[in-house]
Design a binder for this molecule. Structure first.
Ligand SMILES: [Zn+2]
Length: 345
């Protein structure tokens, strides 16, 4: 049996020596060290041998196998180092590798869809800085001096301006509404415009609240804007966004810059109105506060409230996107988790 093993060893080493490429190497590797190799056959046929012979033949077989593995490894390195980086001539007509393309964030997409919808209704698109002031965030908008929303619990004040007041006391805008007065001061009335952007609140996050979120506000100012024209606008926008009629309801709401103010709810599309954690188990979700613009706000913008009226809506983009895709946790949109975001491509 020893002679047979010697023979296997000599032939095997010769085979390894003659290998010319990687595919041949894999064949020889299988032939010499695989389960059906001659070495394996020898090990299987040892049952008739004495224990001592079993031991010495077994050791010799293992020694040969290790030698093969070692030589094959050396041969593999030799072949790889002498190989061209190309397998053969390049075929320039072959299709290239697919590029992993990005996509718009679903909130950005919703913003663009709303822009399209409003622009088609003759609205102007307006934007301003994320840093605002007490004057524009609160004073102009009829917030009482002691209104709780002015306090640090709701607003991020800019360090170094705390002791100041009005236009000199700076904050990250807690809502977009301040931009409405700035636009009206610059452009006068009549006006119809939207002003999407980021807003910031110093509050605890949960499934429906974020510290930084995207708002989308729209305002019409004209002579004799009625409450019903505001409602028609809301219905039209929702229909454009969702491609079908959406059930809505209005509740009385209080916002210093409106008189009267409303909370506009839409039927929760995550649960179809049955109740879920997004809609607080009541089947409706508040998507846009709104209302008739307060006379004091018009005065701040230099307009005569006897002459002009207006209607605000403030669309919660995050919530609309949650409704569009049936997503039940707003924090996912800001998680930067590609596994989540790739679903919206
Ligand atoms: Zn629901």
């Amino acid at each position: 049996m020893k002679e047979k093993l010697e023979d296997i060893k000599i032939k095997g080493l010769k085979k390894i020596e003659n290998i010319k490429n990687i595919s041949e190497l894999e064949d020889v590797r299988k032939e010499l060290t695989g389960k059906k190799s001659e070495l394996s056959q020898v090990l299987k046929s040892m049952s008739s041998l004495s224990n001592e012979d079993k031991k010495s033949i077994g050791m010799f077989t293992t020694e040969i196998k290790n030698l093969f593995i070692d030589k094959l490894h050396g041969k593999e390195e030799e072949i790889i180092s002498s190989m061209s980086v190309l397998d053969g001539p390049i075929d320039l007509t072959l299709p290239g590798h697919k590029v992993n393309e990005g996509a718009l964030h679903p909130i950005t997409q919703m913003k663009y869809d709303l822009n399209d919808a409003f622009l088609s209704l003759g609205f102007d698109l307006y934007s301003e800085d994320d840093i605002s002031s007490e004057k524009y965030a609160f004073d102009n908008l009829n917030f009482a001096k002691d209104h709780p929303a002015r306090e640090s619990m709701d607003t991020y004040w800019i360090e170094g301006t705390e002791a100041k007041s009005g236009a000199e006391r700076l904050c990250l805008r807690p809502h977009l509404t301040g931009g409405s007065v700035r636009y009206l001061m610059r452009h006068g009335a009549p006006a119809r415009f939207v002003y999407p952007g980021g807003a910031y609140r110093n509050e605890t996050t949960d499934a429906r609240h974020e510290r930084a979120f995207v708002q989308y506000e729209a305002l019409i100012v004209d002579k004799d804007i009625s409450f019903s024209s505001g409602m028609v606008m809301i219905q039209t926008i929702l229909e454009k966004v969702f491609g079908r009629k959406i059930n809505t309801r209005m509740r009385e709401g209080f916002f210093p810059f409106t008189e009267p103010g409303y909370e506009i709810d839409m039927e929760c599309l995550v649960c179809g109105g049955k109740g879920c954690k997004v809609c607080n188990h009541n089947g409706w979700i508040e998507v846009m506060p709104g209302g008739v613009i307060h006379p004091n706000v018009l005065k701040s913008a230099g307009l005569n409230p006897e002459e002009w009226t207006g209607f605000y809506i403030n669309i919660g983009l995050d919530r609309l996107v949650m409704m569009r895709y049936g997503v039940d946790d707003v924090r996912l949109f800001h998680s930067a988790d590609l596994r989540f975001l790739k679903q919206f491509k």
